[in-house]
Design a protein around this ligand. Sequence first.
Ligand SMILES: [Zn+2]
Length: 424
Amino acid sequence: MIDFLQLPESKRYRIVNAGVPTSTSPANPEVDATEIFVEAGLISEPHDGPVVDLRGSMLLPAFTDMHTHLDKGHIWPRSPNPDGTFESALATVQADRTRNWRAEDVRRRMEFSLKCAHSHGTRAIRTHLDSASPQHLISWPVFDEVRSDWSGRIELQAVTILGIEEVDDSDKFTDIANTAAKFGGVLGCVTYPVADLDRRLDIFFSMAAERAMDADLHVDESSDRNVATLGSIAKAIMRVGFEGKTVAGHCCSIALQPDSQVSETLDLVAKAGISVVSLPMCNLYLQNRLNDHTPRWRGVTLIHEMRSRGIKVCFASDNTRDPFYAYGDLDMIEVLRESTRICHLDHCADSWFNSFTTIPSEICGFTGNNLLPGDSADFVICSARNWSELLSRPQMDRVVVRNGRTVNRKLPSYSELDDLMEEE
Ligand SMILES: [Zn+2]
């Protein structure tokens, strides 16, 4: 369908008959035939430049991937997860980090992931960075260098990640928060149901507020229904009067809790203005994994119930080829395809598509990408005319356009990282 696609050499052209998504539901009209005008790398007001006729091929705004782990990516060959469980993932990553995460190792794996994401049509990424001391002194400066190298191709943000038991009023945690603040970062941690959770959350949100940082936490990534810290986070936000944006990632165990508890927690989440990011592929891999048993649930959070209460819900990649997820390539079309199937995003009255594009971009504060005049001409054209065609194939023949020009989509070879995978 798009074999013919050759964008004009001209800096000014218009695309006609582009299929722009209006819904992810087969029951509704799926795409609108739309005209898109491009001039000097931007979406522009209508003009009469040379015409590119897409004949109904779908055109999607370039993607935002708001929850990734670029620093962990691609360590799988040297540090595979021995049994696929969350506990083994934690222990294996920790050992690999201590042994191998020098600046050059982190930098090369980050760059590899960014090449993949760029090739697949992603324009903005938020990554968590393992920030337990002293790793923060290595990874944050590397991230800052990579961010400036990639400026103009992928807009980057980073978030600290460390266990809530390391969040306290010590100099150690203050130094971690200061380092992240210095690099324009977001403050994050992983909550567990520890005895003094409320005290630690108060310190966490006060620390973020004092530095005018947003917050982004890993929450209740567990198949144990007794792990229930999401409501405590909401209460802490209101107690502290935290005015930054807060994102809660995962929130798996709430799906296993009784309705009354769910209802109470979601009311608090809505009231505190927390946005939720679901990571369905990673959840499917780690949750409910019991050796030699068949998994009985999908591991994902209550996305439909959350959205119907007005809570903003997004989807993202999470890990790639590391002990938390053995697969993945930072391909948001894969995330869209798999999330649609895992979470039943189809057959809904309202489209979920913005949960992969404009909503994450707005929550993170990335530059706008709504295919409106003045936005960068950043979009992805697929060899598909509707959702059924789009979600049935991997769309490896997609055309990625950035600043109005077609991107060379050659993916990096895995062998580029072979020398890093040799154990010393
Ligand atoms: Zn994560």
